[in-house]
Design a protein around this ligand. Structure first.
Ligand SMILES: [Zn+2]
Length: 185
C-alpha cells in the first residue's frame, strides 16, 4: 500500500465530532432530537463534565442514551446495535461482533412481537446485503419464527465485513398466496 493510500485510510478512520454527525447524525436527530449545532454544544458540555473524555467516549455515551430512548422499539434498537458494531470495528478497530449479534436478535424480537400482536401467522424473511452471496442465497425464502437465523447470518459463510442484513417478520401464506390467520382469529 502506498503512503498516500495509507494516509487516506487513516483520515477515513479518524473519528471526530464531524464524523459523528455525518455517520450517525440521522439517528441522533431522529432519536434525541439534536441538530448538528446542538450536538457540538452537547459535546463541549460533556468535555467539561467528564475528565479526559474522548470524542469516542462521547459517541459511546450517545449510543447508550439512544438505546434507552428506544426501549420497546426493537427495530430502532436493531439499527442502533448495528451502528455500535460499525463504530467499534471500523473506527476503534475492535471486535464488535457481539453488537452485530444484538442487532440481528432485535430484528427477530421485532418479528416475534409482530406475531404476538397480529391476527396472522408470521414467519421470517431476510433482506440481504446485496454484496454478500451467503445472505443473497436466503433471498426470497421463508423461515419458521423459531429458526436460528442469527447464527446463520453470523457464520463464517458471510463474506462481508459490514454485512447489512435485516431480518423481518412477514405473514405466512398458503398455496393460494393468502395470508394465514391464526386459529381463533
Ligand atoms: Zn453477509
Amino acid at each position: 500500500m502506498g503512503v498516500t493510500k495509507l494516509c487516506l485510510l487513516r483520515d477515513l478512520k479518524t473519528f471526530t465530532i464531524i464524523t459523528a454527525w455525518s455517520r450517525f447524525g440521522q439517528q441522533i436527530e431522529s432519536i434525541l432530537g439534536m441538530n448538528r449545532a446542538e450536538l457540538e454544544q452537547d459535546y463541549s458540555e460533556y468535555q467539561t463534565r467528564v475528565q479526559a473524555a474522548t470524542v469516542n467516549d462521547y459517541m459511546w455515551s450517545l449510543f447508550n442514551k439512544m438505546l434507552l430512548e428506544s426501549s420497546g422499539d426493537f427495530h430502532a434498537q436493531g439499527m442502533l446495535y448495528f451502528s455500535m458494531y460499525y463504530f467499534l470495528e471500523f473506527y476503534e478497530e475492535r471486535n464488535g461482533k457481539q453488537f452485530k449479534k444484538l442487532s440481528l436478535e432485535s430484528y427477530i424480537n421485532k418479528a416475534r412481537e409482530k406475531h404476538e400482536t397480529s391476527n396472522y401467522e408470521m414467519e421470517l424473511v431476510v433482506s440481504p446485503d446485496h454484496e454478500c452471496s451467503h445472505a443473497m442465497s436466503m433471498k426470497g425464502k421463508r423461515f419458521p419464527l423459531g429458526m436460528d437465523l442469527v447464527s446463520e447470518l453470523l457464520s463464517d459463510k458471510c463474506e462481508r465485513d459490514f454485512c447489512r442484513c435485516i431480518i423481518s417478520g412477514m405473514s405466512k401464506r398458503d398455496a393460494n398466496d393468502t395470508p394465514i390467520r391464526k386459529k381463533g382469529h
